[in-house]
Design a protein around this ligand. Structure first.
Ligand SMILES: [Zn+2]
Ligand SMILES: [Zn+2]
Length: 448
């Protein structure tokens, strides 16, 4: 724009403003001043993470830094039954005992002496470090449209002597575990507590069930029966969570198929959606549950907790341990599920489309023990449950539904070994959400 033009434009704006003022309305902003609404895109995030606030071995701001500098866009710290808020001092000896010998030095190097608060004499048992609340450190790590911190908690409960852990993401207040006589009661009660908080505060809160095979605590039937449970971890990077199950217990992916089949076939309820998380605890290179093994990719316009969670609730996300998808699309009218894989040089991809036939009758497999109770964790299901319906090679796999599937989901397995496996022979994978089930169960049922 030359000088004369600019002057003419300014004059025109003044005249328009004056006219608008006379008319009693505000002038519209010049078009070029209004940025366009952003397009949909994928955001990478982990919503299951531990720090020194509970049993992790690094400072929360350093954990946030790790994720920020490893191309993540959002992170929820989810310590056990505690939020990173209020005043908490931790003995330095305890940090060292957890394997964080250099943690304080690393934090100093990154954030400086002015940032680190200590008390007591170094090298004495009293020497302690103050853990920073999220409200104090988030401004140091967050970047608009690039990296977002979300408040979370791992509600760590117990029932029937088994661990029942649920992650609440974007909560406002701590949720104290409610317990229960049974595993199902504990899941249900804690879910209700989160739902109550969401209602009361008007917040968008995501709650998901963690590592079902940890302590072999949650069976497929538990997952199926608690209908208020909608999300669970199909992959958790902790090496101790029995991802593959054992001789008597199905692996976590099989749990997903069994539970979804019971729900759709018998209970007329929507299937479960799967997430991948790190459940990271150790950050100094030791063996154990290290960061960077599993995450979710969420498609939304804005990097805000509400937009991310709404997209997850709508199923517009996928879980991954390394495979990147540039697109996942289900055309309900044509009944076609299409994936586009972002290829890596020299890597091959195999996609399995998995589902259960409509005619499969789960009730026919009901097995009872001597007391007439359904046999739980050792229960085996026929190969029809979560059957591989088709296999496709290449980077644009697709599946045409026949209408005879209760649901279909896709799992992509790469030829590449996982860079930091949590179990033997792990390959990089991606899991998409079940589709094609709305014809059996209306989507509205999913909102409950
Ligand atoms: Zn846990
Ligand atoms: Zn955890």
């Amino acid at each position: 724009m030359n000088g004369a033009n600019r002057m003419a434009r300014i004059l025109k704006t003044i005249v328009l403003c004056a006219a608008a003022a006379v008319a009693g309305v505000l002038p519209a902003l010049a078009d070029e001043a209004v940025p366009e609404a952003p397009a949909l895109r994928w955001w990478k995030g982990n919503i299951h993470t531990h720090t020194l606030w509970s049993d992790g071995n690094d400072f929360p701001e350093m954990v946030a830094e790790w994720y920020r500098t490893h191309d993540y866009n959002f992170l929820a710290l989810s310590d056990h039954n505690i939020l990173s808020e209020g005043v908490k001092w931790m003995k330095h000896d305890e940090i060292v005992r957890r394997g964080g010998k250099d943690a304080l030095e690393k934090c100093r190097r990154r954030f400086g002496d002015d940032w680190v608060e200590t008390r007591g004499e170094p090298e004495t048992p009293e020497f302690a470090v103050r853990l920073k609340p999220l409200s104090e450190f988030r401004a140091l790590v967050e970047e608009r449209g690039k990296f977002l911190m979300i408040q979370g908690e791992e509600i760590s409960d117990k029932a029937e002597g088994k661990p029942v852990h649920l992650n609440a993401t974007n909560i406002e207040k701590l949720i104290v575990p409610l317990g229960g006589k049974t595993v199902r009661e504990a899941i249900e009660g804690n879910l209700r507590a989160v739902e109550d908080q969401a209602q009361r505060t008007g917040r968008e809160i995501l709650v998901h069930l963690n590592h079902p095979n940890f302590g072999l605590a949650i069976t497929a039937e538990d997952l199926a029966e608690v209908l208020s449970e909608r999300f669970f971890e199909v992959y958790n990077g902790h090496p101790g969570v029995k991802h593959l199950g054992d001789a008597d217990h199905p692996g976590v992916e099989a749990l997903w198929d069994i539970a979804s089949t019971i729900r759709l076939g018998q209970l007329k309820a929507p299937p479960l959606f799967g997430l991948a998380t790190d459940d990271s605890h150790v950050y100094h290179g030791q063996a154990g549950s290290r960061p960077g093994r599993g995450w979710i990719m969420v498609r939304s316009r804005f990097l805000t907790p509400e937009h991310l969670i709404r997209a997850i609730k709508a199923g517009d996300y996928y879980a991954t341990s390394g495979v990147t998808l540039s697109d996942v699309r289900y055309d309900a009218e044509l009944g076609v599920l299409r994936l586009a894989i972002e290829p890596e040089e020299g890597v091959a991809y195999t996609t399995q489309f998995i589902g259960t036939p409509v005619e499969y009758d789960a009730a026919s497999e009901e097995r009872k023990d001597k007391e007439g109770q359904p046999i739980r964790s050792t229960r085996k299901y026929s190969g029809d449950v979560g059957r591989v319906l088709a296999t496709a090679e290449g980077i644009q796999p697709q599946y045409q539904l026949t209408g005879k599937e209760l649901y279909v989901r896709a799992v992509v397995t790469s030829s590449k070994a996982h860079a930091d496996p949590s179990y033997k022979d792990q390959r990089e994978q991606a899991w998409t959400q079940p589709v094609g089930w709305e014809r059996h169960v209306p989507r509205e049922a999913a909102g409950k």
